[in-house]
Design a protein around this ligand. Structure first.
Ligand code: SF4
Length: 197
């Protein structure tokens, strides 16, 4: 089972096109200035089967899914199952990880390898507040990189040349923000997730 913090069924702020975004609960890293402190603790939140999550993502009618956190690779095996199912339905997979690609490949972990194999786009590396930037889409600090792990997307695609964006949703009477994380920090509004890493 997956342990999830938040789901947004349709967003255009967390990767190319319209995406089904999933924030997992729990991250072993502790980047100073992390925009999602409520998602760091490894505590039980919403338990969801990968198959049920995939069915919901496919029903959303989106271009792809984005996996954020928390740290997606802390739940790599279950997310790999989810990612394989949505890719089989034609959706793309984008993952934001605090680990670098080199660190992940060095793990020699079957779940990590399976999730990497099912990933089209990977944003990697810790969020470093001193290197913060909003000049590159979906990149939070300049030490981070966007890796094209398949040919589903190309660096020259127009979607990669813009700046980070933010979305504000009214859900169940509560104002929530996703996308560029600094806005939530500035306004004090609840942040349900940010592509800061
Ligand atoms: S920025 Fe990302 S990798 Fe760093 S502590 Fe926060 S959730 Fe974890």
């Amino acid at each position: 089972m997956l342990n999830l913090a938040t789901i947004v069924d349709r967003t255009e702020a967390e990767g190319p096109g319209a995406r089904f975004a999933v924030w997992v609960q729990g991250c072993p890293l502790r980047c100073p200035g992390c925009c999602n402190p409520a998602q760091l603790a490894f505590v039980p939140r919403d338990a969801v089967a990968p198959e049920d999550l995939a069915a919901r993502a496919i029903r959303a009618g989106v271009e792809g899914v984005s996996l954020l956190g928390g740290e997606p690779f802390a739940q790599a095996a279950a997310l790999a199952r989810f990612a394989a199912l949505v890719r089989a339905a034609g959706l793309s997979v984008m993952v934001y990880s605090g680990y670098t690609l080199a660190e992940l490949r060095a793990r020699s972990d079957a779940g990590v390898d399976a999730l990497l194999a099912a990933t089209d786009l990977l944003v990697d590396g810790r969020y470093v507040a001193a290197l913060r930037t909003d000049a590159r889409r979906w990149i939070g600090s300049t030490n981070q990189s966007l890796h094209f792990l398949t040919d589903r997307y190309a660096p020259g695609d127009a979607c990669f040349s813009g700046r980070n964006t933010v979305e504000i949703h009214l859900r169940d009477g509560e104002l929530v923000v996703n996308g560029w994380p600094a806005l939530g920090a500035l306004t004090g509004r609840k942040i349900i997730g940010g592509s800061d890493r």
